[in-house]
Design a protein around this ligand. Structure first.
Ligand SMILES: [Zn+2]
Length: 181
């Protein structure tokens, strides 16, 4: 069984948000077109308390129950089977969807006999990277959909370097056009 994991397509990571990926919203139509190709669609949300230690490293973003933490308004969120909240404690960064505290992503994937996990969303060089590396370490056949991710690129080239690192770890890079139903 294959599943799609949509990482952090939230207002604060899109243009106009508190920690915007410059062209973050470009992934939204690509992901919306991908969703019908999957029976199982999961998503993660960054969901921080306002006093998170994470905000020593980053501008405050995706505080739980705020507008910034909501999905991008154009994302086909009604088609998402389950949302996993991460970074929910004030002491963790929660980069990886596998660190979610609202439910155990690995357990849910195994219960659904998922062996192939396709990862899309934001941002290539942080939460997509951490989630894909965790997935491959846990033994899932892991794909990153390269046209459905976007990078922060704090340093130019960070996104490309992250893709290379993931590939070296065994993650496969795929274009959304090459994914069949
Ligand atoms: Zn965060």
């Amino acid at each position: 069984m294959k599943a799609l994991l949509v990482v952090d397509v939230q207002n604060d990571f899109c243009p106009g948000g508190a920690l915007a990926v410059s062209d973050g919203d470009r992934v939204v139509p690509v992901i919306n077109a991908l969703i019908p190709k999957f029976k199982l669609v999961f998503a993660s949300k960054d969901w921080h308390p306002s006093d998170s230690v994470h905000f020593k490293k980053w501008p405050p973003h995706c505080v739980g129950d705020t507008k910034g933490a909501e999905f991008h308004p154009q994302l086909s969120a009604s088609k998402i089977n389950q949302v996993f909240l991460k970074g929910t404690k004030n002491k963790d960064d929660g980069y990886s969807a596998f660190e979610a505290t609202s439910d155990d992503l690995e357990k849910v994937l195994r219960q659904n006999n998922v062996d192939d996990l396709y990862v899309a969303g934001l941002a290539t060089d942080y939460c997509v990277r951490a989630s894909a590396l965790d997935a491959v370490t846990k033994g899932f056949r892991t794909f990153v959909v390269t046209d459905a991710v976007a990078a922060v690129d704090l340093k130019p080239g960070d996104g490309e370097a992250a893709l290379e690192e993931m590939q070296k770890a065994g993650v496969m890079l795929v274009s959304s056009h090459d994914i069949d139903r």
